[in-house]
Design a protein around this ligand. Structure first.
Ligand code: ADP
Ligand code: MG
Length: 264
């Protein structure tokens, strides 16, 4: 429904604002003008409020876009991480990394530990924080990245994907080492790591102790060089113990059994 008091001037202002690509200012200029009149605000105070709304909405939209582009497999935050279940994880270090300074100095993060101990959870949480700090992030399961690189190579599209990766501030490589890579795949992966080493930060999660890396990357020299680059300027977080899922399942079934006994 059009506002009865919509004059030729307001129609034109809205049109101009849209032309100038200021859609939030266009949609809110009416209601904020009424509010400014009620509150006896002067023109500049009104303009300030209107431009602020545009900026806030713009930032919200681009944060949403960055989060979508990162392709996280799940939304995991640090608030949801139970540090008491992982007492060996250095909580102050995680808090410091969450602030994102490592990204400015292109440092890497290596999360090492057995399956189900929260490596991916921590990696995603830190990467989500990076997104909200305005960084461009992409999450890859290593096997998916290798498949994608091998396909791109076949189609002579490697340059395109390399250019995409080069634009990132943070690359998350999840599950390095679950599946041994082929020689060609390992070489392509190594190339991504080497390139990223000079330009951006990498977060790697792995269940592999360092000494087993050659088995996976298949080549002592290649592995040595990859490890060397990854661990230079690197924060290492070690997760330990039993799988959180398993523990959680045991705790739940324990509770259920107790409840059964009570009702019996
Ligand atoms: P990993 O990558 O080490 O195999 P995940 O991060 O995928 O393990 O964790 C498995 C599941 O358990 C996920 O749903 C994760 O959110 C949850 N989880 C693991 N550790 C914790 C923790 N300390 N607090 C809360 N949830 C956890
Ligand atoms: Mg994982």
């Amino acid at each position: 429904m059009t506002n009865k008091r919509e004059t030729k001037a307001t129609v034109l202002v809205k049109h101009h604002l849209k032309q100038l690509r200021l859609p939030t200012m266009a949609s809110e200029c009416d209601s904020l003008a009424e509010q400014a009149a009620r509150d006896n605000q002067d023109h500049l105070a009104y303009l300030l409020k209107l431009t602020e709304r545009e900026l806030i909405e713009r930032e919200r939209k681009s944060a949403e876009r960055r989060l979508k582009a990162a392709r996280f497999p799940a939304h995991k935050t640090l608030d949801q991480f139970d540090f008491s279940a992982q007492p060996t994880v250095n909580k102050p270090l995680v808090a410091q990394l969450a602030a994102g300074d490592y990204l400015g100095s292109r440092e890497n993060i290596l999360l090492v530990g057995p399956s189900g101990t929260g490596k991916s959870h921590l990696a995603i949480s830190l990467a989500i924080n990076a997104c909200s700090q305005g960084k461009r992030v992409r999450f890859w399961r290593v096997t998916e990245l290798i498949t994608c690189l091998l396909e791109a190579k076949e189609e002579r599209q490697l340059l395109r994907i390399r250019n995409q990766l080069a634009k990132l501030d943070l690359l998350v490589l999840d599950e390095l080492g679950y599946v041994p890579a082929s020689k060609a795949g390992a070489e392509l992966l190594f190339d991504v790591i080497a390139t990223a080493y000079e330009r951006n930060s990498i977060i790697v999660t792995t269940n592999l102790p360092f000494e087993n890396w050659p088995e996976v990357l298949g080549n002592q020299r290649l592995t040595g060089a990859a490890l060397d680059r990854l661990t230079h300027r690197c924060h290492i977080i070690e997760t330990k113990g039993e799988s959180y899922r398993l523990k959680d399942a045991k705790r739940r079934s324990g509770k259920a059994q107790k409840a059964k006994k009570k009702t019996a």
